[in-house]
Write a protein that binds this ligand. Structure first.
Ligand code: G3P
Ligand code: MG
Length: 314
């Protein structure tokens, strides 16, 4: 027989759980920027793997250029000097632009040793990079990956990827077509989001591959979010720099006022907000509290630890 008291207790418990769930902010997406870039050479397969295994990221971000022979390759800069040994290997080909090298040439370069020499985030000095990783990075075997190889790893790791198309339309007239073809051939188009600073490329992508979601990368707070980003570009996400949201370019607070209004306007326009590049725990916390949907970070291991702490504290 139904007892009113039991029913009331059950109802109260359900309401409490419901209220509790409503009080939880939606989990923020941990996006490993160029892979786990603080502890591995950026935009390489080991960096992507570590982003997921050690960083516990939900998604990796990578940058794509085209080689001279039209193959999508994964690298951030438009020149090879900073992250490979191209200057030593090809001394007469200054300024070592990516699009002046064939894919075979690019894949013959060492894309790992520079990281061990430069220790760009001081994580080697801090003892955060194990000896076996250091041995691999300086072995000469870490290469610039093709997009195809990176997508195969995304599939193997059962994760998701933000593919940023680097914006040189004058240099790369076929960039969008070639990247879309590669993504479709990979069979994991449903785990891909495209992003680009060049919004003409986003419009092209919308036309060629309307089924693959797009995010608008922005460095200025000048865009009408609904009419331009959501309606015209058809983007699902607005990816501002943290400067746009009120933090300056250092990894510390410098009196920046968080632009909650921009985050709220984006949400009202139906856009997700993914902020780059956030490495400082204080900024991570402030942005999570402000309700952003994702954070691109060079330290996915730091963000996942912070999210775990937050979950324990609730
Ligand atoms: O997608 C976020 C971020 O990658 C954009 O800037 O220069 O690191 O490619 P960048
Ligand atoms: Mg990028």
């Amino acid at each position: 027989m139904f007892r009113p008291l039991c029913g009331l207790v059950l109802l109260a418990a359900l309401l409490a759980v419901g209220a509790d769930l409503r009080a939880q902010p939606a989990p923020v997406l941990n996006i490993a920027h160029r892979g786990a870039r603080s502890i591995a050479p950026e935009n390489t397969l080991p960096a992507f793997r570590l982003g997921i295994t050690r960083g516990k990221a939900d998604m990796i971000e990578l940058d794509v250029h085209l080689s001279k022979d039209g193959i999508p390759v994964v690298i951030h800069d438009d020149t090879l000097e900073r992250t490979t040994d191209a200057a030593d290997r090809f001394p007469h080909r200054k300024p070592w632009r990516v699009f002046d090298f064939t894919a075979a040439e690019l894949m013959s370069l060492d894309a790992g040793t520079w990281f061990v020499q430069a220790d760009p985030f001081n994580q080697i000095r801090a003892g955060e990079v194990p000896p076996e990783d250091l041995a691999l990075f300086s072995s000469g075997r870490v290469r610039i990956p093709t997009l195809k190889a990176a997508l195969a790893l995304v599939k193997e790791l059962d994760t998701r990827v933000n593919i940023e198309l680097k914006n040189f339309p004058a240099f790369y007239p076929g960039l969008a077509d070639k990247v879309v073809a590669e993504v479709r051939a990979s069979g994991i188009a449903d785990r891909v989001i495209f992003s680009c600073f060049d919004h003409e490329i986003l419009v092209q992508l919308r036309r060629i591959a309307p089924e693959i979601p797009r995010a608008a990368l922005v460095e200025d707070p000048v865009y009408p979010l609904k009419e331009y980003v959501a309606d015209l570009l058809g983007a699902v996400a607005f990816n501002p720099s943290r400067d746009v949201l009120g933090f300056d370019s250092q990894d510390f607070h410098h009196g920046g006022r968080l632009r909650q209004d921009i985050i709220d306007q984006a949400h009202q326009a139906g856009l997700r907000v993914n902020v780059w590049t956030v490495n400082d725990p204080g900024q991570m916390e402030a942005l999570i509290k402000a309700g952003v949907d994702g954070l691109f970070t060079d330290f996915p291991q730091r963000l996942s630890a912070l999210l775990l702490e937050g979950a324990k504290g609730r």
